[in-house]
Ligand binder design. Structure first.
Ligand code: ASP
Length: 324
């Protein structure tokens, strides 16, 4: 038993040739967010607070596809979504279709704590945000020049793009490194085995207006119970079909698999190139498998293990080091 934390900044076809200017700021953001989460766990903050805190920070970074930095719909707008779940109580909250809320994850938590419901979307979610007085910004605040470019490229190629998977051929010639962005998520467990999960995203580049992905769907992109907490990333439609997050928990609960076994089983059975996840168990195990080329990820455990990586361990200078 001991605390553990893992976070991700999206999975996909991240080329090994990712230039330093695309890699360094994202690694720095992962390191910063990991340190923030570890400090909060060491200060005995509840895991639910820890995952919200870390995901807010990831949302505020333009390096990732959530909050500021969200990818654009086919109409050139942002439609952000997020989900949070407390493993202890199985209480959860989710939001979709946000265009002005600075931290979607905090609104998801308010849905969980201050409404009789689990999931609010579009106008109703925006109205709830106003009522709760959460920080909002003009929708243009979330739109980065990189995402305007990404949408243009996706439209030219007539594709809905899972943000970075299979970069559109010939379409992102000079800025391939800048196209490596992704959904964000964090899972945490404290020394008492209390678990929590949070995920936030802008979805897919050139998605239809109104499209909802796996992130806010309990059991697909996000899940936590008394066994584990899971946050997934990748192609939302595949993750929903595979009920990725809940399947990891179900394999532990019904089949007695360890966290690593359960997560590996689910990843192996989801179409290749489509999914990655981060997960922690009640006894402080951590796992971060993916079947894509890479996944921006970081983790730490109370016994001193820490990892920050993009590609499979040991490839291209990924860091894996003891953090004594
Ligand atoms: N899973 C997200 C979605 O489909 C995208 C991602 O993970 O990058 O909306």
């Amino acid at each position: 038993m001991g605390w553990a934390i893992a976070l991700h900044g999206g999975a996909g076809d991240i080329p090994l040739s990712l230039p330093a200017e695309g890699r360094a700021p994202r690694e720095a953001a992962l390191r910063h967010c990991l340190e923030l989460g570890v400090a909060a766990l060491k200060a005995n903050r509840p895991p639910l607070d820890v995952v919200e805190l870390v995901v807010r920070e990831l949302e505020n970074s333009p390096c990732f596809n959530a909050g500021k930095g969200s990818v654009l719909t086919t109409n050139g707008t942002v439609e952000m979504e997020a989900c949070i779940m407390d493993g202890n109580t199985k209480k959860c909250g989710a939001v979709s279709g946000l265009s002005t809320v600075v931290n979607a994850i905090s609104l998801a938590r308010l849905v969980m704590e201050r409404t009789p419901h689990i999931y609010l979307a579009f106008d109703g979610a925006e109205a709830f945000a106003r009522e709760q007085g959460v920080e909002t910004a003009h929708s243009s605040h979330f739109i980065t020049p990189e995402n305007v470019e990404r949408l243009k490229n996706a439209k030219e190629a007539k594709r809905v793009q899972i943000d970075y998977t299979e970069p559109i051929k010939g379409a992102i010639p000079s800025s391939i490194g800048d196209s490596q962005i992704g959904t964000v998520g964090c899972v945490a467990v404290d020394g008492h085995g209390i678990l929590a999960s949070a995920t936030s995203t802008g979805g897919l580049v050139n998605k239809m207006a109104g499209r909802i992905g796996d992130t806010p769907i309990i059991g697909a992109g996000t899940y936590a119970n008394s066994y584990c907490a899971v946050s997934a990333t990748g192609k939302g439609e595949s993750i929903i079909q595979a009920t990725v997050a809940r399947d990891v928990a179900a394999l532990m609960e019904y089949k007695g698999l360890s966290l690593k076994e359960a997560a590996a089983y689910v990843i192996e059975r989801t179409p290749k190139g489509n999914v990655g996840l981060v997960a922690v168990s009640a006894n402080g195990e951590v796992t971060m498998p993916f079947n894509t080329t890479g996944m921006f990820r970081a983790c730490a455990t109370e016994d001193g293990y820490s990892e920050i990586g993009i590609w499979p361990s040991g490839i291209n200078g990924d860091l894996e080091y003891p953090n004594k």
